[in-house]
Every structure is written in structure tokens, then in C-alpha cells.
Ligand binder design. Structure first.
Ligand code: F6P
Length: 401
């Protein structure tokens, strides 16, 4: 390639949005332009790649987006591309879509394509790479459930949001001597619940990785009362399974998209209220965790990820994803990163620290349990509540991270 020949990089953001996407776009654009590249962004993720829907990214239009939530490129977590069916199965992207992408990448003279996304988006990137598209990956998701990296960007911002909510719930819970349940995101992994629970002083943390029951949760609440603590903060991940193994979903009938989780917080609040005759309230944090400004940690991480993605392209290390292995930023084959989701280790340091603080994960009645077994109801939750409960493994997944 001659010195004057312009080189071009493409960037896309796939899956659900999260704080820090714009910081990656800015960092990648700036470092690429300083190396002499042109940069274009594909709108709405892989859809824009298939439609050749591009916008030029410049020093001007990426200025001032470091702290902006969302993505200036837009994103989608459904549509024609979908590389995951459930969290442990993969699906092939249609060959005609791959051909369309190959054609567009060729015609637009893209030398390197940065795919910013979670497990699903990066599985698509891997398939494109295997078809000869020069992709590199950047790991994104508030859930922090992507393998091979200590942190995905967006996670810290979600934790900050959830911990802030706990701080606020703490004062009102104490004033009214109530039990407050905070339902946070986390489809397959309880990272947000665990870290927010630690940072915000949760008393009970319920996550997908640890089986729990109401007897143990109630025992913890009563133990606190015996200590004179008349309020309790419970954090529950949306993907935590109910005793008996069911997930709580909002739209189990919808076969055309990823099952929407939600509702477990209210069930937990109602059940504890019934068992302990205590006042409870539930707050579902929802998309507040995904919107708004990234934390400083996420801005810093995203900036390093964006700059390192350009380095991977410069070194023609296609098929690799940037990662954070504290204190270093490195890279690994995308195929490795998408092999297995990252889950909370029930024996890991964060859980151990929480247990040392007498936080209950609802899995043990280490606490004095005044309930005789005979008083404990054992109906299935599907019977007990008029809420849709389905097993994640049987649902059809069309959306992706
Ligand atoms: O994967 C990130 C995530 O925020 C999950 O925690 C949540 O279940 C899902 O996305 C929500 O997706 P949507 O915005 O499509 O409802």
C-alpha cells in the first residue's frame, strides 16, 4: 500500500446499549485518525453493515461524547443477525447475510472492522471473521458475563447506578422499618447484584449462581430484627431462579425475541411480607442501569479498549478481542471469549467477603431460624403466583447482547 493510500476502519455497536459505547467510539476514532485512517460507523449495529448504512466518524463529531450514554451509532439486539440461541448454543448467521457483509466491506474498502458487543454480537463477529471479514472485538455488557476479561465496560456504571439506588433505599427502609427489595439486571450472571450489594450494603443477595430458599432469607431478616435492625435490604438479580428452579419472565409467549426477564423482585417482596407479616416494597431498576453517563472507570476502560482495538488492526491481529487482565489490557481470540459465559464464582473473593459481612445468599440458615419446618409452605411458585414462569433453556432467543 502506498503512503498516500487512505486506509479505512469501520466501527459498529451491537446488542443492548450500555454506558461507555461512545467512549470506545471516540477513542478508536481518535487513535485511528492520528494513524492516518479514515473511520466510518455503521448505523444500528450489524443491520447497518448489511445495508451499508454508514456515517463518517471524525475528530469533530466524536468530540464531547466521552461521557455520553448510549451510542451515537445506534444499536439493535434483534433483527436479521442473531448468533445465539440461549446462552450455551450458537446459531449460524444466514450465508446470504454474510455475503452481503463481505460485499459491503469490500466496496467500502474497510481494512478493519471493530465490533463492539457482548456475547451474541461477538459470536456474529467470529462468524464474519471466519468468512474473511477482518474483525476485531471489544467486550461490552452491563452484565459483565462475557468470558476472558475481568470486566466488560458498562458494568461499573450499572453497579454505580444500583449501589446508588441501595443507598437511597437504605434511608427510607430505615425510617419506615421496612424490607426493601431491589431487582437489578443480570440475565445469566449475578455480577451486578453481587457488586452493588457489596457496595451498597445489601443484607441479602440473590443471584443465578447460588440456589436459595425463602426460609433462609426469612431467617436472615429475623436475625437482623433480633439485633435491633428493623429494616433489611434485599438485592435480587432478574435472572435468579426461584426455589424450584423457575425464572420469572415478562413475556414467555413471545417466540420472536429473547425472553424478557422481570418480576422476581415483587415475588420475593410479597412472599417475605406474607411469611413475616412485615412491610415490604420492591423497586425494579430496569434500564436506568443501562442509560446515562459512564462512570470514570468505564470511561477509562472504554478508552483503553478503543485504542487497543486500533492497535490490533494495525498489527493485523484479526479475530481477536481486547480484554482487561488487571492491570494490563490485552487480547484473545474472539472464539475463546464467546465459548463460555463468565459467572460469579460462589467460592470467589467477592462472595467470601459478603459472607464475612454476614450477607445472606439465601442458601444456608447459618442464622437462628425460629420457623419450625411444619410452618413452611412448599407449593411450587407457578401454583402460588399468577405470574409467567418459564425455564430459560426452553425459550427462543432472538435478541443478543
Ligand atoms: O444483557 C444486558 C441486558 O441489560 C440484560 O441484563 C437484560 O435482561 C437485557 O439486556 C434487557 O434487554 P432489552 O433492553 O432488550 O429488554
Amino acid at each position: 500500500m502506498s503512503q498516500n493510500q487512505r486506509r479505512r476502519i469501520g466501527i459498529l455497536t451491537g446488542g443492548g446499549d450500555c454506558p461507555g459505547l461512545n467512549a470506545v467510539i471516540r477513542a478508536a476514532t481518535k487513535s485511528a485518525i492520528y494513524l492516518g485512517y479514515e473511520v466510518v460507523g455503521f448505523r444500528k449495529g450489524y443491520e447497518g453493515l448489511a445495508d451499508a448504512d454508514v456515517m463518517e466518524l471524525t475528530l469533530e463529531n466524536t468530540a464531547s461524547i466521552l461521557d455520553e450514554g448510549g451510542t451515537i451509532l445506534g444499536s439493535t439486539n434483534r433483527g436479521r443477525f442473531s448468533a445465539k440461541v440461549g446462552h450455551d448454543e450458537s446459531r449460524k448467521v444466514a450465508p446470504e447475510l454474510i455475503q452481503l457483509v463481505q460485499k459491503n466491506v469490500e466496496e467500502l474498502a474497510i481494512d478493519g472492522l471493530i465490533c463492539i458487543g457482548g456475547d451474541g454480537s461477538l459470536s456474529i463477529a467470529q462468524q464474519l471473521f471466519e468468512s474473511g471479514v477482518p474483525c476485531v472485538g471489544v467486550p461490552k455488557t452491563i452484565d459483565n458475563d462475557l468470558g476472558c476479561t475481568a470486566f466488560t465496560f458498562g458494568f461499573d456504571s450499572a453497579v454505580a447506578c444500583a449501589a446508588n439506588a441501595l443507598d437511597r433505599l437504605h434511608t427510607t427502609a430505615a425510617s419506615h422499618e421496612r424490607l426493601m427489595v431491589l431487582e437489578v439486571m443480570g440475565r445469566h450472571a449475578g455480577w451486578i447484584a453481587l457488586h452493588a450489594g457489596l457496595a451498597g450494603g445489601g443484607d441479602v443477595i440473590l443471584i443465578p449462581e447460588i440456589d436459595w430458599n425463602f426460609e433462609n432469607v426469612c431467617a436472615k431478616v429475623l436475625q437482623r430484627k433480633q439485633m435491633g435492625k428493623l429494616f433489611t435490604l434485599v438485592v435480587v438479580a432478574e435472572g435468579a431462579k426461584l426455589p424450584g428452579g423457575g425464572l420469572v419472565t415478562l413475556d414467555p409467549e413471545n417466540k420472536n425475541r429473547q425472553t424478557r426477564l422481570g418480576g422476581i423482585g415483587q415475588i420475593v417482596a410479597d412472599e417475605i411480607a406474607a411469611r413475616l407479616a412485615t412491610e415490604t416494597r420492591c423497586v425494579v431498576l430496569g434500564h436506568l442501569q443501562r442509560g446515562g453517563q459512564p462512570t470514570y472507570f468505564d470511561r477509562c476502560l472504554s478508552t483503553q479498549y478503543g485504542a487497543h482495538a486500533i492497535r490490533l488492526i494495525e498489527e493485523r491481529r484479526f479475530g481477536e478481542m481486547v480484554l482487561y487482565a488487571p492491570p494490563e489490557i490485552g487480547s484473545i481470540a474472539i472464539s475463546e471469549a464467546v465459548k463460555q459465559l463468565s459467572k460469579v464464582d460462589p467460592n470467589g473473593a467477592a462472595v467470601e467477603a459478603a459472607r464475612a459481612m454476614a450477607v445472606s445468599f439465601g442458601d444456608t440458615a447459618d442464622y437462628h431460624n425460629p420457623f419450625p419446618q411444619s410452618q413452611v409452605e412448599s407449593k411450587t411458585f407457578a401454583e402460588q403466583y399468577n405470574v409467567p414462569i418459564s425455564a430459560l433453556s426452553t425459550s427462543t432467543f432472538e435478541d443478543f447482547d
